[in-house]
Design a protein around this ligand. Structure first.
Ligand SMILES: *Cc1c(COP(=O)(O)O)cnc(C)c1O
Length: 380
């Protein structure tokens, strides 16, 4: 069977929208156009209703109550509110936050911004498996610490941090726990109560939903200072008119992710095993970056020793893979995540990220593996 080209294998940058998500959105892009904050007529009630259903759908997937979900423009905004909003909420009593060197660019930039305003930030290192040292975390928490922020699944290397243990530590030390779960929600089981997560960031377009919407879980009673001034929507935390269509989209995406999680996981595991098997039998210079014990297999960061990955990516014209995260690749500098993992500049320059998802097929993986092997050999 002929595969349709080009093949998309960059599911960490974004995902295609699921047809069922699009269908859920359509009425709110056409006939149901009311402002969900218009409380005086049925146009508003109709779209308010869908926003509230979406809130429930998001909450259900992560074990939260719908009153603890606010909608934002994406995980970038959610991370900004989570980091700055809680840091300012705890200031001046507490002026220290803890995060990790391998967090998403937008989280590190938020932490940097706090530093320039006088806050102290500790950036934890990771092991060669990609995980933080829990003893070190315990050690650096002080009575000045307000927040610990550790992402769930890393967007570049796919490694999964031990959220449950981190949550236990934060609880015992009485500090807030934030997790950027943009790459984890809907892919691995998450429960904000079981994991003692106080605040958590979600993105629509990483889970087969639309771009331009995200959510923030905020545990009841958590003090967060809003970043926007305005009409006071979303419990005063995020002013601005919501898009009912985008809310319906992220809501449906969450509902589907919950329903299909095991099926998606089995599919992704099968295809990633197939890819790894094919590449390792066809090449002797391929290896996986980061530990393989705790990882999401839909995100494979691979090193092809002796090959320049930018040349490889360019040669693979019909196959969309990347040399790093979409955000940092715009700036053309080498990956700080791979560097934190202990890779040399040379090794980083030989690494690519391959993302597999719900819509990926066996035929696509077979085609991609054959072509990667051919191109790698050509470049050696
Ligand atoms: C994509 C991503 C973000 C940014 O999400 P947007 O919704 O695009 O703003 C943040 N963190 C992680 C881990 C991501 O993968």
């Amino acid at each position: 069977m002929a595969v349709k080209l080009p093949i998309y294998l960059d599911y960490q940058a974004t995902t295609p929208i699921d047809q069922r998500v699009l269908e859920a959105m359509m009425p709110y892009l056409t006939t149901h156009f009311g402002n969900p904050h218009s409380s005086e007529h049925s146009f508003g009630w109709q779209t308010e209703a869908v926003v509230e259903i979406a809130r429930k759908q998001v909450a259900e997937l992560i074990g939260a109550h719908e009153s603890e979900i606010i909608f934002t423009s994406g995980a970038t905004e959610s991370n900004n509110i989570a980091i700055k909003g809680t840091a300012y909420g705890a200031y001046p009593k507490r002026n220290h936050i803890i995060t990790v060197k391998t967090e998403h660019e937008c989280l590190l930039a938020s932490a940097n911004s706090l530093e320039s305003s006088g806050f102290d930030v500790t950036y934890l290192s990771i092991s060669d498996e990609g995980l933080i040292d829990l003893k070190e975390l315990e050690f650096v928490i002080s009575d000045k610490t307000s927040l610990v922020s550790v992402m769930a699944v890393n967007n570049e290397i796919g490694t999964i941090q031990n959220l449950q243990r981190i949550g236990e530590i934060c609880l015992s030390k009485n500090v807030l726990f934030h997790s950027d779960a943009a790459q984890a929600v809907g892919k691995i089981p998450l429960d904000v109560d079981k994991m003692n997560i106080d605040i958590m960031s979600i993105s629509g377009h990483k889970i087969y939903g639309p771009k331009g919407i995200g959510a923030l879980y905020v545990r009841k009673g958590t003090r967060v200072i809003p970043l926007f001034d305005g009409g006071g929507q979303e419990k005063g935390l995020r002013s601005g008119t919501l898009s009912p269509a985008l809310c319906a989209g992220i809501g449906k995406a969450c509902e589907l992710a919950g329903q299909d999680m095991q099926k998606d996981q089995a599919h992704v595991d099968e295809l990633s095993s197939l890819l790894i098997d094919k590449l390792s039998s066809g090449l002797d210079n391929a290896s996986i970056n980061g530990g393989i014990g705790k990882r999401y297999f839909g995100n494979l960061n691979l090193k092809f020793s002796g090959v320049k990955s930018d040349l490889l990516v360019a040669d693979l014209k019909d196959i969309a893979i990347s040399t790093g995260s979409a955000c940092s690749s715009a700036k053309a500098r080498s990956s700080y995540v791979l560097s934190a993992l202990g890779l040399s500049e040379n090794e980083i320059a030989s690494s690519v990220r391959i993302g597999i998802g719900r819509m990926t097929t066996v035929e696509e993986i077979e085609y991609a593996a054959d072509h990667i092997i051919k191109c790698v050999k050509n470049l050696l």
